[in-house]
Design a protein around this ligand. Sequence first.
Ligand code: G3P
Ligand code: CA
Length: 290
Amino acid sequence: MSVRTATASIAAAALLGGCVLLPAAQAQAEGHRPGPVVFAHRGASAYAPENTLAAVDAADDLGITWVENDVQLTRDGVLVVVHDTDLRRTTDAEQVYPDRAPWAVKDFTAAEIARLDAGSWFGERFTGARVPTLARYLHRVERNHQKLLLEIKSPQTYPGIERETLRVLRAQGWLDREHVKHRLVVQSFGAESVKSVHAQRPDVVTGFLGTPAPADLPSYAAFTDQINPSYASIDADYVAAVQKLKGAHGKPLRVNTWTVNDAAKAAEVAGFGVDGIITDSPDVVRDATR
Ligand code: G3P
Ligand code: CA
């Protein structure tokens, strides 16, 4: 049974029982903690080329609301969605621009990147998929009524990327109250980058990627709402140490761990009490944690 079907069944059962409870509320009423939030890492990247619109749609097809992506700046200052700081692994940049080694994202204009094929490396049926601009990506996430965990990638390479990210988010309607409260988190491995986002837009929910020592957590809690660590770096005690602190918005710090792609590991980290799991295979993780 799909999650959408299961959700409909639960809602119908609650209605027939004479009360109207949303699934999460019903689970809580029955004493079950709802499972962790599932984030589609780089989109549903086990099923479609990472960080493309196809990967956003693949997550949507699975009924996954939250997608994660990676944002970098082109030579002419356009935000694009791509993970590696060079274009070789996920595009045909080497073939299209043979004399442009080392094919760094920062050395190409947006128009040059727009010519690249970001799909055929993953599978023939994705030939012609593009590296999306952030603006285009936001449009697709919006169209699908999804939510975004946006990673500012390699911020030290791109001075000012935080300001430009916030500018594009605002221009695309992603900094209104509804998006800021419910549909957007901005995260980075760079603490200074997260601090910068928090300073410029204190209302935006932020996440720090990494595993700060417990003694250092209070200083992170001043500017972030989430501590998002590698699954290999945590245990139940660490998760509890994070969650007992209040984050930048006065709510308990959340923990979203990455990148968990198999059912057994997903069940294990869910047992640690994490709030979310970031995964290439969101269907596998969802099924293992519900
Ligand atoms: O969102 C967590 C995860 O994406 C961090 O690692 O290298 O996949 O961006 P990476
Ligand atoms: Ca990422």
